[in-house]
Write a protein that binds this ligand. Structure first.
Ligand code: HEC
Length: 279
């Protein structure tokens, strides 16, 4: 019993946790499933407990009344309940059936004009009430959005989340938004990209081979971080475009690396190309 209580309590704590914990160990979906599961288990437990209490009350009543009276009460209850059912189904007792017989007889078969069952009529009235409520909420007072508006709202929210995610992962960086940085992780990543992708044309140290020297003060296409990003992304003349081979973040990293090697005076520099640009 103690073990059972422990399991139940820990489930309850786990289930209630989503309301309080910002970062929980489990994913929000899992937390929700545990939460709903716990609530359902708790409800089932309550229902079982109620049945047990009812049973106990019945046993006690029986004991107090004595066997004969208890039997009489049970009999009365049974009659009442069957009456209730008959009412709900709008059934007439057999003895009154002759009042319902419709005129006409077909090969000895007669029809009864039974009324529509009460439960069906109640259901019908509920649908009318629902319809009126629906009309008022969605079309008269417009307190809740219709399906299409709901869809548009959700798409707008998703677009916002997507933009935020892209901004966070750097996937949305372009020549206009790229930032100059000396962050070590960025430069390390930029260097490794430069070594594998760019050094065949620009030299291991950026001193220039087929492509120009990237460490001097002379530039063909501008030395601003945005200019460099643009040259790398779209390519120009014989400088290839890297848009399809590198991610925006990688282009940003290697652009920053190019900025970082300025003025490093590597050995065997290529002759200056372009115009001198002050920093
Ligand atoms: C196929 C050879 C080649 C490769 C590979 C190459 N480049 Fe270039 N790059 C060039 C040439 C050639 C130019 C000069 C373009 C011109 O004449 O306008 C150039 C120009 C540039 C410029 C502009 C320099 C200036 O003076 O304005 C930058 C920046 C640059 N490259 C960076 C890179 C980076 C970063 C990589 C690697 C991702 C790379 N390049 C890969 C050949 C190459």
């Amino acid at each position: 019993m103690k073990l059972l209580r422990l399991i139940f309590l820990s489930l309850l704590v786990l289930g209630v946790q989503p309301a309080f914990a910002e970062d929980s160990l489990l994913s929000p979906e899992t937390m929700n499933y545990i939460g709903y599961g716990t609530i359902i288990v708790a409800l089932v437990a309550v229902i079982i407990a109620l049945f047990l209490v009812l049973k106990a009350v019945k046993l006690i009543t029986k004991a107090i009344l004595g066997p004969e009276e208890a039997a009489a009460v049970a009999e009365r209850k049974k009659a009442e309940s069957s009456e209730r059912w008959i009412k709900l189904l709008s059934l007439k007792p057999m003895s009154e059936e002759h009042t319902l017989i419709l005129e006409g007889e077909y090969d000895g078969i007669q029809e009864l004009d039974n009324p529509t069952p009460a439960w069906f009529m109640y259901l019908f009235y509920v649908t009318i009430a629902f319809g009126i409520g629906y009309l008022l909420i969605y079309h008269v007072f417009k307190t809740a959005p219709l399906q299409y508006d709901e869809y548009k709202n959700e798409v707008a929210i998703a677009a916002k989340e997507k933009a935020a995610l892209l901004a966070k992962t750097g996937a949305a960086v372009d020549e206009k938004t790229v930032k100059l940085t000396t962050d070590a992780a960025v430069l390390t990543s930029g260097k490794s990209i430069f070594t594998t992708r760019c050094s065949p044309c620009h030299g291991m140290d950026g001193q220039g081979v087929i492509g120009p020297n990237l460490t001097d003060d002379f530039w063909l296409h501008g030395n601003k971080i945005g200019d460099i990003f643009k040259t790398i992304k779209y390519g120009i003349n014989t400088m290839p475009s890297w848009e399809k081979l590198l991610s925006p973040k990688e282009i940003s990293d290697v652009s920053n690396y190019v900025k970082s090697i300025h003025g490093t005076n590597p050995a065997n520099p290529k002759a200056p190309q372009g115009v001198k640009v002050a920093d």
